[in-house]
Design a protein around this ligand. Structure first.
Ligand code: FES
Length: 102
């Protein structure tokens, strides 16, 4: 098994019952997944894995995602422009200050 270099966790708002009911899902987090995968491919970030998660407990800042191993939390990921800015930062090895949750 090859471990990823980085892992992006995207909040899909899954709850204990299995339903996606929360803020991030309602604001389109899951709908951004194809664009996120395409953006990784475009940037040749082959070692980056994307997974969806349950609620990350920062709903008021959603849609949210976290980049590991840095542990950088992002919020307000509401569209393709936000995804592009975050992926550009990931590629450059920096933090996208515009969307980072401090
Ligand atoms: S639903 Fe995404 S942080 Fe709670």
């Amino acid at each position: 098994m090859q471990k990823p270099d980085k892992h992006i966790l995207v909040c899909a708002s899954f709850r204990a019952g299995g339903d996606a009911q929360g803020v991030c899902h309602k604001k389109g987090s899951v709908g951004l997944l194809p664009y996120l995968q395409e953006g990784l491919s475009d940037r040749e970030l082959d070692g980056v894995m994307v997974s969806t998660t349950g609620c990350l407990k920062v709903c008021d800042r959603g849609p949210c995602m976290v980049v590991y191993p840095e542990g950088t939390w992002y919020g307000g990921v509401t569209g393709e422009e936000a995804v592009d800015e975050i992926l550009d930062a990931v590629k450059d090895g920096r933090v996208d200050e515009k969307h980072a949750l401090l």
